[in-house]
Design a binder for this molecule. Sequence first.
Ligand code: FES
Length: 176
Amino acid sequence: MKKKLKIQNHSDVSPSRRSFLKTLWVILGIAAAGEFIAVIIAFLSRRKPESNSGKTGNILEAGHVDRFPLNSVTANIQGRFYLCRMSDGGFIALSSKCTHLGCTVPWNDKEKRFACPCHGSSFDIAGSVVTSPAPRPLDIYPVHIENNIVKVDTGMSIKRDKFIREQLVYAKKEKI
Ligand code: FES
C-alpha cells in the first residue's frame, strides 16, 4: 500500500491567518515609519539656529511679579515656556522642550519635577537634570522685569551646562 506524502506549501496557510499576518506587517510598518518621522522631526527642530542669532524679538509679557508666588511654576502656552519663581523671589524662564529629543515636558507639581513622557528624563524647578538621558538642563529664555512686569524674550533660547544663581532675575525693590 502506497502512502501519499503531503507537501505543505504557502498556499496551505489558512486565509484568515494570512490576512492576520498581513495586517500585523502593515501595523508594524506604520509604527516603524511613525517612529522614524518623529526622530527626523526631533532632529531637525534641534538644528534650528537659537541663541547665536542675536535676534531679540518675540518679547512676551508674562504679568506682574505679584502674580507669581514663591516656589511656583507657571506655564506660558503661547510662549512654550515655564516661568519659575524660586523661594528667594528670583525668576527663570525655562523652555518646555526636553533637551534629549525635544518632547514637551509637563510640570508635575506633586513631585516638584518636570517629567518627560518620552524617555523618562526629569528636571527640577531650575531646569537642572535630575534623571537622564537628557544631556543638559532645560534651555532658558532671557527675562526682564520692568516696572514689576515680567517679560520673556522667546526669540532667543540659551543653552547651558548647569544652573547658576546668575541665571535668576529679580524685581527691583520699590523705593518708599
Ligand atoms: Fe527623550 Fe525627553 S525626549 S527623555
